[in-house]
Design a protein. Sequence first.
Length: 180
Amino acid sequence: MKIYTKTGDKGQTSLVSGERVAKNHARIEAYGTVDELNSCIAVMKDSAKFRDFNADIEIIQSTLFSIGSHLSATEKNKYPLPEIKEELIKKMEEDMDTMNLELEQLRSFIIPGGDLSASYAHVARTICRRAERRVIDLELQEIAVHPVIVPFLNRLSDYLFTLARYFTLKHNGVETKWKP
């Protein structure tokens, strides 16, 4: 199988349904940003020395692939789509609660950084927020979106923020508080 097909050379790509759309279509922007997020999470995970949450992170990454498939599907889709489990939102909340037991209470904004993996987590968090905005753009265009996607992305950005702080703690980094 060749990676290149040349079918996108004129600025269009195919959705799961086979429909062709411009490469800057709102759907492509949404699932492309989710894909970018997934790649950034991989860099974050691979850069971390502390790996207790790797299994959970891999489930999150798999869920991001499922979200991408939902975002690239239309009502004309002929294929079954993978399930997006709402329970994962609860699991992220539980993991954040566990991490927060060890973290200093947050009393001010913090400057992104503190450790390489924490910095990658902050980059992933900001990409996640952009992905959330792109999905909301779809909804505003009255394009149906699976009801768990926005809450999942919203919670994931919180999770990535908490994970950044946790990496800083576990990797003996320094958390810098914002001083206006």
